[in-house]
Design a protein around this ligand. Structure first.
Ligand code: COA
Length: 371
């Protein structure tokens, strides 16, 4: 693993490069001062700069490689409940992601992914910084593994849903029992539901409809991707009776369950109440879901996380051939990014090719001198 120099990292996390990165990450004013102060402190600390360089090098090395093949190695640096956790720990990973952004953008451009699509997915960081404060009452970030997907060019935004490239995993018997129309190890789209408002079925349909054409266009070496998977509390069948007729119930009903459920109480405390570690008697809530969940728990019952699969919006099952790596899909695309943007991506000097290497990486702003 070749480490970027301290000068290169410093140039990326300070000055104009940082301002540009904050715009890509949609950092909100409430986080800007702490985030910038942490970046300045790290830029002035040789040891911390070196640690950021290691993270950047690791993300570079994993660019485009599914986490199922090379997991993220981004250990926690602080306890999110600790009010005395230093700013440089609370923002260590966000600063490292600012340091890694140029590599991820170069990878996007190498696949002709439009700038608007890059901005749409990187804005997830700004959103998660706000969620952290909502949850723990201070600024910072503790879901750094999640952002390995973003900084390794694996996850993209499809409007209401996000989807990342992954391999179908799980015991072969479970996959067969769930009649998943893909073999273990096949590339599939892992689906995520950002906290951005109602999950209307129409918006979900529209998002699914964008996934296959996007991956066909920008990852043409992959076979057509028409199988989505999802692991979430939203797939718990009990929600059909807890919140009948809701968006949540409609979303859950789309999926064919795979394998046994796992404990979902923590997930619901986190995603619904934003109090992941609070005891039941400290939780309150007025919405239909919160009321139903609290009653459910008080009765001694539990919620579950489930994995499921479904087809994305273009179920042309006959053409699925997971054994053959097709070159370019001929299917019409309804990708919403227009062709002008596509041309801008290639006009910037980034070649249109499905790879990523050093030739694509932007030059460091300064030469290396202190390493
Ligand atoms: C998934 C999500 C978008 C669904 O929102 P939605 O479309 O508004 O949900 P529904 O319309 O089905 O909601 C039914 C009821 O539950 C309430 N509800 C839904 N999600 C809620 C949440 N996260 N917290 C509190 N109440 C919630 C709604 O307000 C509604 O109650 P009401 O009729 O009293 O207003 C929302 O729960 C959310 O943003 N969750 C966080 C992200 C998440 O969980 N992602 C998956 C991670 S694995």
């Amino acid at each position: 693993m070749t480490l970027p120099s301290s000068d290169e990292i410093r140039a990326r996390i300070t000055g104009a490069a940082r301002v540009r990165a904050f715009a890509y990450f949609a950092v909100e004013p409430a986080d800007t001062a702490d985030f910038a102060a942490a970046a300045d402190s790290i830029a002035a600390d040789r040891a911390l700069l070196g640690e950021v360089a290691e993270v950047v090098a690791q993300l570079r090395e994993g660019m485009g490689v599914p986490l199922t093949q090379t997991p993220a190695r981004l250990p926690a640096r602080f306890d999110p409940h600790d009010p005395d956790a230093p700013l440089t720990d609370r923002f260590f990973y966000p600063v490292a992601f600012v340091g890694a952004l140029a590599d991820a953008l170069a990878y996007h451009r190498s696949r002709a992914i439009p700038d608007a699509a890059s901005r749409a997915i990187f804005a997830d960081l700004g959103r998660h910084l706000r969620i952290f404060e909502r949850t723990f009452g201070q600024t910072g970030l503790h879901v750094q593994d999640w952002f390995a997907l973003h900084l390794r060019g694996l996850i993209y935004d499809f409007g209401r849903l996000q989807g990342n490239l992954t391999e179908l995993t799980g015991p072969a018997a479970d996959l067969a029992a769930a009649a998943v129309p893909a073999p273990p190890g096949a590339m599939v789209i892992d689906t995520h539901i950002p906290d951005i408002g109602p999950l209307t079925p129409a918006e979900v349909d529209a998002s699914f409809g964008r996934m296959s054409p996007f991956f066909a266009r920008h990852f043409p070496e992959l076979p057509p991707l028409r199988i989505a998977v999802c692991t979430s509390w939203l797939l718990d069948e009990q929600l059909q009776t807890l919140v009948p007729g809701s968006n949540i119930a409609a979303f859950g009903a789309r999926w064919h369950p795979i394998g046994p459920p796992s404990d979902g109480d923590w997930s619901v405390r986190n995603f619904v109440f934003r109090r992941p570690d609070a005891p039941l008697d400290r939780l309150t809530g007025s919405s239909r879901l919160e009321q139903a969940v609290l009653k459910h728990w008080r009765s001694g019952a539990h919620l579950q996380v489930r994995t499921g699969w479904c087809e994305t919006a273009h179920p042309q099952r006959d053409s699925i051939d997971f054994g053959i790596l097709s070159t370019m899909s001929n299917e019409p695309t309804d990708d919403t990014y227009d062709i002008e943007e596509e041309e801008t991506a290639t006009d910037e000097g980034m070649p249109l090719r499905p790879g990523y290497d050093d030739a694509n990486r932007p030059e460091p702003a300064e030469s290396s001198s202190d390493d």
